[in-house]
Design a protein around this ligand. Structure first.
Ligand code: BES
Ligand code: MN
Ligand code: ZN
Length: 507
């Protein structure tokens, strides 16, 4: 999808659909203030299309409430616009960058159902959102909203086809270069996120650890990242008993994937992004109930976020040394599977008592975190993992669990999440939680039971992070969407990509 910007009059540009975002009138407004107000440029469009917009407003059919849309058909030879879509932004005081992301998302999703190849969007001015931030959010919303996952079916005649171009119209030439750059940034982030969604949505049979690795390598070649894939012999040589134990039950062996972005400046800070890449989680010998087990194909969503983020890091040429480390394994029960009661020795030398083979993510991450820390000596380390059902119980689908050992890093991540519309909510990591994962026969045990399950999982990970500033993002709830949102269809969300890039860009 092509995204460009123009400052000409959108009525003059041929388009299958022109989206016009409008703000809702203030609460209790009376008379002519009670209908959404139109800028001079939009009033001109309204006149040229025969007054359809003002008629819809006067009839009370469109109040511009957040998420509301109204489709109009210009009946006039004075414009080359085929359809006009009014998109509600809600009230001025409530609108944020995410409001614009959602507006662009609904516009594109509405358009996607028709024969709309060329879309124009009027870039709205919203108080508190700069023109660049608005442009970036609109580009993100458009690219994320146009996402579909149909590589596994034959749509035949029913294929609505994809949107070819989105043109964003600004009112003035001032700052146009910046707006263009913001559009490119937005598109890059959203494409990274869509790649992550694709990986999360791919079925387990088609995405074993080796395929996750080859997908990472393919992306790395495309954008110029270094990619290293450690196979079983190398994992054994490095004594990565955690990854090997979890991957041992599957005929499709585990991998450790490393993606590295090297900036020109050799003294740039090093940041490691670590992802849980369990390509399918059956629970292993401690097998999960069958209801809903299919969703566990996205148990590599942390890895997907790392891959999507690394792509954007390379494309935006960030002046930072960023390294992605992914532990990839398939958790299945078999004659070679690890079992409850096992003690496994990780690369760090620390041993894990396995009390439940379904608490496998942390066992994989023990080795991945240690590898990131010792090979790259990062200034900060952030892991993303669909780690616990407990986190999903606590926060649902709308916030990622945020844990860590460094207050400044926690705040950086929290603020980045807030800014980009991917909320991460601080959760506790107490000494009690660290004590809870101590084992009587090994250094740590992989579960401390149900109580504070998300926090004890984080405490387990903390045992493998040494003194490296570290944050853990539990995306068990946010990695998968069970409902449709303006720029999110059901399924993999690609959560984390925007958050990581927002954080890295402000480093
Ligand atoms: N991958 C799951 C966590 C999960 C659950 C992710 C739901 C997304 C949605 C993880 O490996 C797991 O099974 N965790 C167990 C840990 C328990 C056995 C201590 C859990 O949360 O039940
Ligand atoms: Mn599990
Ligand atoms: Zn899992």
């Amino acid at each position: 999808m092509q995204i460009t910007s123009k400052t000409s009059d959108p009525c003059d540009a041929a388009a299958d659909l022109l989206a016009i975002p409008l703000l809702q009138p203030a609460e209790g407004a009376k008379g002519k203030d009670a209908v959404p107000s139109l800028s001079a440029a939009i009033r001109r469009m309204d006149r040229r299309m025969g007054g359809g917009i003002s008629a819809a407003l006067a009839a009370g059919d469109f109040q511009a409430a957040a998420g509301q849309t109204s489709l109009l058909y210009p009946n006039s030879s004075e414009t080359q616009v085929k359809r006009v879509l009014l998109v509600g932004l809600g009230r001025a005081g409530d609108a944020t960058a995410d409001t614009l992301r959602r507006a662009a998302g609904s516009a594109v999703r509405r358009a996607g159902r028709g024969r709309n190849k060329r879309i124009s969007i009027w870039l709205p001015r919203v108080k508190g959102v700069s023109a660049d931030a608005a442009a970036q959010a609109v580009a993100e919303g458009a690219v994320l909203g146009s996402y579909r996952f149909d590589q596994y079916r034959d749509l035949g005649e029913a294929d609505p086809g994809s949107i070819r171009s989105v043109t964003v119209f600004c009112t003035s030439d001032k700052g146009l270069a910046q707006v263009r750059r913001a559009l490119t940034t937005g598109r890059t982030l959203a494409e990274g996120q869509n790649l992550a969604r694709d990986l999360s949505n791919m079925p387990g049979n088609d995405l074993p650890p080796a395929k996750l690795a080859s997908e990472a390598r393919r992306m790395a070649r495309e954008v110029g990242l270094r990619c290293q894939i450690l196979e079983v012999a190398e994992l054994k040589r490095r004594k990565m008993g955690g990854i090997l134990a979890v991957g041992g039950g599957s005929a499709r062996p585990p991998r450790l994937i490393v993606l590295e972005h090297k900036p020109r400046n050799k003294s740039a800070p090093t940041i490691c992004l670590v992802g849980k890449g369990v390509t399918f989680d059956s629970g292993g010998i401690s097998i999960k109930p069958s209801a809903g087990m299919e969703e566990m194909k996205h148990d590599m969503s942390g890895a997907a976020a790392v891959i999507g983020a690394m792509r954007a890091v390379a494309q935006l040429k960030l002046p930072l040394h960023v390294v992605g480390v992914i532990g990839a394994a398939e958790n299945l029960p078999s004659g070679t599977a690890y079992r409850p009661g096992d003690v496994v020795r990780t690369a760090s030398g620390k041993t894990i008592e396995v009390l439940n083979t379904d608490a496998e993510g942390r066992v994989v991450l023990a080795d991945a975190l240690h590898h990131a820390r010792t090979e790259f000596e990062p200034d900060a380390m952030i892991d993303l993992a669909t780690l616990t059902g407990a986190c999903m119980v606590a926060l649902g689908e709308s916030a990622t669990g945020l844990f860590g050992t460094d207050d400044a890093l926690i705040e950086r991540v929290r603020a980045a999440g807030e800014a980009c519309g991917e909320r991460a909510w601080p959760m506790p990591l107490f000494d009690d939680h660290r004590r809870a994962v101590k084992s009587t026969i090994a250094d740590v045990k992989n579960t401390a039971g149900r109580d504070a399950g998300a926090s004890t999982a984080a405490a387990f990970l903390a045992a493998f992070t040494g003194d490296t500033p570290w944050v853990h993002l539990d995306i068990a709830g946010t990695g998968w969407s069970s409902v449709v949102h303006p720029y999110q269809i059901k399924g993999g969300t690609g959560v984390g990509v925007r958050l990581l890039l927002e954080m890295l860009q402000n480093w």
